[in-house]
Design a protein around this ligand. Structure first.
Ligand code: UDP
Length: 315
């Protein structure tokens, strides 16, 4: 019988790519999503497959999955600043109550559970690059607190289930990731810039654009997740691309790629927007033998092709 894996947030950007990958690996994938930020469009190609089933469910409420379960990937959560500012309570609930429900499910099924944590646990970091031993610099009552603290709690309760119940758990800290199926209106830099270029609007850089990020192509991330799930390591592992760039340079790269000649306009920097971010991936390299393969020029081209071909932009 195929291994059975539950993927929460399956209709989202990362969840849908993970569903594709695990189907390809020969798993039976049970996708779950409450569709507040995810879209069935991301997984409609999977519905005809007998290896895929979908539950429209909010994991903050009791989760029931009949039959055997070997793995759980918990990827449900609003994940962009715009989304979690719109849904602060849901964000806190899916990271806390949702994680608790899924850990309970994992325990009852004797399944291994991997949780999607984030570089946001490092907050606006005071060390650079960030390695897994850094405890972070997070404002719990700022606008990002609902996401950052939910994810920090999620890591804590996952470690507690590991230590107290002996549950097999994995924690990935995901740094900025991009690729096809990002939502055009989720407020993130990449879809914002590409959408603006395609609509002929000015490119909105927040602050003076000197803040840095390090962008990882989604296929590289999925490869890292696959390796982490199957390895034997319960502590957090950073997965991201250490190639760091300022947001202004990033906007300029996208303008060049799209050939649209849009001009950059500067908007105020959102509260608590981290000034710099770059993963230290020493641990991922040594434990998983993983490092990113897709360079930004290639990843951006593939992603732009996706956005260009969306129905709203097709002439
Ligand atoms: N950003 C920007 N213009 C936009 C959207 C975002 O300059 O239209 C900036 C944002 O303030 C941040 C960076 O781009 O400094 C990355 O933002 P994103 O939301 O993609 O990721 P996160 O801040 O969660 O790392």
């Amino acid at each position: 019988m195929n291994k059975r894996i539950l993927i929460t947030g399956a209709a989202g950007f990362l969840g849908s790519h993970l569903s594709d990958r695990f189907i390809k690996e020969g798993y039976h994938v049970i996708g779950m999503d409450n569709l507040v930020t995810g879209s069935l469009k991301n997984i409609e190609h999977l519905f005809p497959l007998k290896e895929f089933e979908f539950y429209h469910h909010d994991v903050s409420r009791f989760v029931h999955v009949p039959g055997q379960l070997d793995y759980i990937l918990h990827f449900a959560s609003p994940a962009s600043p715009i989304d979690y500012l719109k849904m602060p309570i849901q964000t806190l609930k899916v990271g806390s109550l949702g994680t608790h429900n899924l850990l309970g499910l994992a325990k009852s099924k004797n399944a291994r559970m991997l949780i999607a944590s984030t570089s946001e646990v490092y907050g606006d970091p005071e060390v650079h690059p960030q390695n897994e031993d850094y405890w972070g610099h997070v404002n719990p009552v700022g606008p990002r607190g609902v996401y950052d603290e939910a994810k920090r709690f999620q890591e804590a309760i996952t470690m507690a289930y590991h230590n107290f119940h002996g549950l097999q758990t994995r924690i990935i800290r995901i740094f900025n990731t991009y690729g096809p199926r990002m939502r055009l209106d989720d407020g993130r830099a990449l879809p914002a810039f590409m959408g603006q270029a395609l609509r002929g609007e000015d490119i909105t850089v927040f602050g003076d654009g000197s803040q840095t990020r390090s962008f990882c192509y989604v296929d590289d991330l999925v490869e890292g997740i696959h390796r982490l799930l199957l390895c034997d390591y319960a502590y957090p592992v950073n997965i991201g691309n250490p190639n760091e760039i300022t947001i202004k340079e990033f906007a300029e790269e996208i303008i060049k790629l799209t050939g649209t000649n849009q001009k950059i306009v500067y908007h105020p920097l959102p509260t608590d927007d981290p000034k710099q971010r770059k993963p230290d991936i020493t641990r991922a390299k040594s434990i998983l033998g993983w490092e990113p393969k897709v360079d930004r020029a290639e990843g951006l081209r593939i992603t732009y092709d996706y956005f260009k071909n969306l129905p709203e932009f097709k002439k």
